[in-house]
Design a protein around this ligand. Structure first.
Ligand code: BGC
Length: 346
């Protein structure tokens, strides 16, 4: 089942809608502004249904956000150093929206801040929403006109399947993700430091003070980045530098086939989340920059570590590192990416 309601109007007069997909006990609310997962309701081990993603209750905060709660990110997830890269000998400069120095999440005019065209669909009786967008040549400084489709399909077994497809008419860096912050205790549940995380990631990318990868790819073994056996997020968080985890973890098997790489469990509610992806890496971010200064849904103020993100993607700053997987989308290629967030209980 799908319902649709108005969710505000942008300053250029574009109407935004909130679609709610319902399958069994699960509900996913998706806004056409940023193709954003605005809410996700799932039962806990006792059958009590709560919203388990962070977000805002109206359009306005999404327009000016730097948290990117639940938003679809493009053209390039995470950072590009100094917003510069070179493709086939041509230099490009894109928006530097991260401290005025680096480019973050495709810039202030990136896909997260666009109103997407939406159409509902169904697969085997399960509800879905297909969102499409056209990004012109030179958009935010990026080369090539790009056509993008992002779809959400909700299944009554608790799986939220997100598919991305895109094509371009000139080579362009291309790296999409979803920026949901999860709190399996419920989105008003405080910090997620007790959540137990297991990641099938045997390497991670160290970063400099501006969170740009140094170019090294180091083994996690013997470091606080080792989540190959489940451990609480909070166990080693004080030793990773900065305010917590904000690092790219490399999947042990980088082949572009759909595989499960993450399992997270909240010991109190008994909710679990497993994640599958076709991408070679994931940005594990623990909401380090949340500071309780903004009103979230229902007036909740999200403090530091109020949610965790598992942003499946290519490596940050990929266009500037030859040793990182190729993240340039070319006209003879189609970008395809599937990530499945599967909710269940212990
Ligand atoms: C980045 C963080 C950033 C956050 C919100 C994450 O993907 O790694 O550094 O603060 O997004 O923009």
């Amino acid at each position: 089942m799908v319902s649709k309601r108005p969710f505000g109007t942008t300053s250029n007069g574009e109407d935004v809608y909130l679609y709610t997909l319902i399958a069994g006990q699960y509900r996913a609310a998706i806004s056409t502004f940023g193709a954003t997962l605005q809410a996700f309701h799932a039962p806990d081990a006792n059958g009590s249904v709560n919203d388990v993603v962070l977000g805002y209750g109206s359009l306005e905060p999404y327009v000016r956000t730097t948290t990117y709660f639940g938003m679809t990110i493009g053209r390039f997830a995470n950072r590009i150093a100094k917003g510069r890269f070179t493709i086939d000998g041509v230099d490009y400069q894109v928006e530097t929206n991260d401290g005025g120095v680096n480019s973050l999440h495709g810039g202030r005019t990136g896909f997260s801040f666009r109103v997407w065209h939406a159409e509902t669909f169904e697969v085997g009786g399960m509800p879905g929403l297909m969102l499409t967008l056209h990004s012109p040549d030179g958009d935010g400084g990026f080369p090539g006109a790009v056509t993008v489709a992002t779809s959400y399909l909700l299944k009554d077994n608790g799986e939220l399947v997100i598919d991305y497809e895109a094509s371009t008419d000139k080579p362009t860096p291309f790296n999409m993700t979803n920026h949901s912050y999860f709190n399996l205790a419920g989105a008003a549940g405080g910090a997620v430091l007790d959540h137990e995380v297991c990641l099938a990631c045997d390497r991670y990318l160290p970063v400099d003070a501006a969170l740009i990868p140094t170019g090294e790819c180091l083994p996690v073994v013997g470091t606080p980045f080792d989540f190959t056996t489940a451990k609480p997020i909070g166990r080693d968080i004080g030793t990773v530098g900065g305010k917590g985890y904000d690092h790219c973890f490399v999947l042990a098997d980088e082949r572009p086939i759909l595989k499960e790489f993450a399992r997270v469990e909240d010991p109190v509610s008994g909710r679990t989340l497993t994640v599958k992806t076709t991408k070679p890496a994931v940005q594990f971010y623990t909401g380090n920059f949340l500071d309780g200064s903004e009103d979230g849904k229902g007036g909740v103020r999200y403090g530091r570590h109020a949610g965790f993100c598992l942003e499946t993607q290519f490596f940050p700053d990929g266009p500037n590192h030859r040793n990182f997987p190729d993240c340039i989308l070319r006209p003879d290629q189609t970008y395809r990416h599937t990530t499945i967030y599967a909710f269940s209980t212990r």
